[in-house]
Design a protein around this ligand. Structure first.
Ligand SMILES: Cc1cc2nc3c(=O)[nH]c(=O)nc-3n(C[C@H](O)[C@H](O)[C@H](O)COP(=O)(O)OP(=O)(O)OC[C@H]3O[C@@H](n4cnc5c(N)ncnc54)[C@H](O)[C@@H]3O)c2cc1C
Length: 141
């Protein structure tokens, strides 16, 4: 069954959830839904502290359900692409969600090709998470 929401947020990381939370606080009746496939929420802002060995990495991981703001609908699915002319987001499950307003907060992926020679220096193309984990690993060992 396809659904419609006033506000549709792609990504239930710190950015997406903070935006959803602020909106519900400002206007409790507003209909906000977050598309997030992962059951784990990773609080990346604390990773600097983890790298400095002053915060436990495991404590940066929480259940997504526990941090989803009250009254916000969690669509546990993947945004496959965007159909802005139809105000529609097709999902990995084959369903579609329509919206009045769309907010994108899917995080970033480091592009090592952006800096000439960096990829060769790094040896391979890493995902942001791999890069962070390696930073943390290097800092801790
Ligand atoms: C090593 C490191 C140290 C940092 N230190 C600090 C710090 O000290 N202080 C600070 O303020 N910030 C810090 N940051 C930055 C902070 O982590 C980011 O600003 C913040 O996590 C960004 O939140 P976000 O929600 O935009 O992205 P993310 O937290 O990356 O969340 C993105 C979410 O989108 C989901 N997603 C991705 N694609 C899709 C899709 N197609 N469909 C649905 N969902 C999708 C992902 O599953 C993820 O849950 C640090 C970052 C790193 C890497």
């Amino acid at each position: 069954m396809n659904k419609h929401h006033q506000i549709l947020i792609v990504g239930g990381g710190s950015g997406g959830l903070m935006t959803a939370s602020k909106m519900k606080l400002e206007r409790p009746s507003i209909d906000v839904a977050v598309i997030e496939p992962s059951e784990k929420h990773i609080y990346q802002p604390a990773w600097t502290l983890v790298g400095a060995n002053t915060f436990d990495y495991e404590k940066t991981i929480r259940k997504e359900a526990d941090v989803m703001p009250k009254g916000v609908i969690w669509i546990k699915d993947l945004a496959l692409t965007f159909e802005p002319k139809k105000n529609e987001v097709p999902l990995g499950s084959g369903k579609k969600v329509t919206y009045d307003y769309l907010i994108l907060s899917p995080g970033i992926q480091i592009d090592l090709d952006g800096i000439e020679g960096l990829k060769e220096k790094m040896g391979k193309k890493w995902s942001l998470q791999q890069l962070c984990r390696s930073q943390i690993h290097l800092a801790m060992h």
